[in-house]
Design a protein around this ligand. Structure first.
Ligand SMILES: *Cc1c(COP(=O)(O)O)cnc(C)c1O
Length: 434
């Protein structure tokens, strides 16, 4: 399955999952094992020295997880992938080998609230600093660069504001600054957008969402494009990424970039990142996510078509103040959506209710078909009022900046019959405003 001429939907079903060579089983086996028997002492030594590729212990690698890694790397057009226990674990893992105390990143203010939380409150405990900037103006990234900057971080399609970043413009600035651009591609999925095509270096995912697609499995992933020169020098003439392109003490001074080239990042994130931080994904979750990805294209097509119908309906509703869906021609991000997400603007978006916080809370209390919960990307339609839930910990100002003000309701439109989804919102809005 390395044939690059296969279409996206074929690769979604087949990449990484050939029939099992030992048993002929057609479905991917769940390798529910902690460890793997060595052939002999020499084989064991070679594995531990990273001189041969193989399985040692499932904290580092597992064959079911490896199948998911191959599939995601293939779909994103990347060189390698590392799966993790959650999207947030993947974000820490993604930055781990780039960062050290005093290192900085520049990140978009429109990120998912949980990611902003990580950056503002938890990364400082590692000595990492995040400059949060308005990504609508790509030049803001350039202005925030210092000699300690190690990465830029954006979302292709941001949760929940429906904000679309100009990936190509920000990737160019990252290139000039000699740093990798990380793109959280959770909401778009590679079916809608492949950020590596626009110059992104690393893609992070919460596979918990559209990739698994059924709201069953926590998971995350980091996909490496394999295109970054990790031996790049900083302004002081020293190596900017010593973990990847300097001697690694945990492997007798091995230089990952010299040894593994375009697989350096992926090898490091397994052999050092997963090994020492430990956020490995359960093989059962990887297996469920593999099943989910088989129908990714079918689901995304329906998700997007339904979202468009719901957005058009809400736009005309007298109780609705505004609808923020980039698929609508009136939307501020419509031009960027057509460029980066030509097949559809996803199915997570926000709208504002007239009457603010109170009415927003009443809408989520009145739905019947929608589920009121803190998730997105399920086949089922989901609803939440971010100001009272996911974005609660942010200040009023930060909430508005993140697109989660008091009147905002977030929808994740599922794949049900569109008329039923609309009828449920109709009755909920009627109840909330009566
Ligand atoms: C949910 C989400 C995350 C975090 O992922 P988890 O799997 O919940 O840890 C990160 N980014 C975005 C855009 C998300 O929607």
């Amino acid at each position: 399955m390395t044939n690059k001429t296969y279409g996206f939907d074929t690769l979604s079903v087949h990449a990484g999952a050939a029939p099992d060579p030992t048993t002929g089983a057609r479905a991917l086996p769940i390798y529910q094992t902690t460890a793997y028997v060595f052939e002999d002492a020499d084989h064991a030594a070679a594995l531990f020295n990273l001189q041969t590729v193989g399985f040692i212990y499932s904290r580092l690698t597992n064959p079911t997880n490896a199948a998911l890694e191959t599939r995601l790397a293939t779909l994103e057009g990347g060189r390698g992938c590392t799966v993790a226990s959650s999207g947030h674990a993947a974000q820490v893992l993604a930055l781990f080998c780039l960062m050290s105390p005093g290192a900085e990143i520049v990140a978009s203010s429109r990120l998912y609230g949980g990611s902003l939380q990580q950056m503002r409150n938890t990364y400082p405990k590692f000595g990492w600093k995040a400059h949060i900037v308005d990504a609508d103006e790509p030049e803001n990234f350039k202005r925030a660069v210092t000699p300690n900057t190690k990465a830029f971080f954006i979302e292709s399609l941001a949760n929940p504001g429906g904000v679309i970043s100009d990936i190509e413009a920000i990737a160019r600035i990252a290139d000039d600054a000699g740093v990798p651009l990380l793109v959280d591609n959770t909401l778009a999925t590679p079916w809608l957008c492949k950020p590596i095509d626009y110059g992104a270096t690393l893609i992070v995912h919460s596979t918990t969402k559209f990739l698994s697609g059924n709201g069953t499995s926590m998971g995350g992933a980091v996909v490496d494009s394999g295109k970054f020169d990790w031996a790049v020098k900083g302004t002081d003439g020293g190596g900017k990424f010593p973990s990847l392109a300097g001697p690694e003490p945990a492997y007798h001074g091995l230089n990952f970039f010299e040894t593994f080239g375009d697989m350096a990042y992926t090898f490091h994130s397994h052999a050092v990142g997963l090994r020492d931080l430990g956020p490995s994904q359960a093989p059962f979750n990887a297996w469920l996510t593999m099943l989910g990805i088989e129908t990714l294209g079918l689901r995304m097509e329906r998700h997007c078509a339904n979202a468009m119908k719901v957005a058009q309906y809400l736009e005309k509703h007298p109780a609705v103040a505004w609808v923020n869906y980039a698929g609508l021609p009136t939307n501020k991000y419509h031009a960027l959506a057509r460029r980066y997400l030509p097949k559809g603007a996803g199915s997570v978006f926000t709208f504002g209710v007239k009457g603010g916080y109170e009415v927003g809370v009443k809408v989520v209390d009145s739905v019947e078909l929608f589920s009121h919960l803190a998730n997105i990307g399920d086949a089922k339609s989901l609803i939440i009022h971010p100001a009272s839930t996911t974005h609660r910990q942010l200040s009023d100002e930060q909430r508005v900046a993140a697109g989660a003000g008091p009147d905002v309701v977030r929808l994740s439109i599922g794949i049900e019959t569109a008329d039923d989804i609309i009828a449920d919102l109709e009755q909920a809005l009627a109840k909330a405003t009566s």
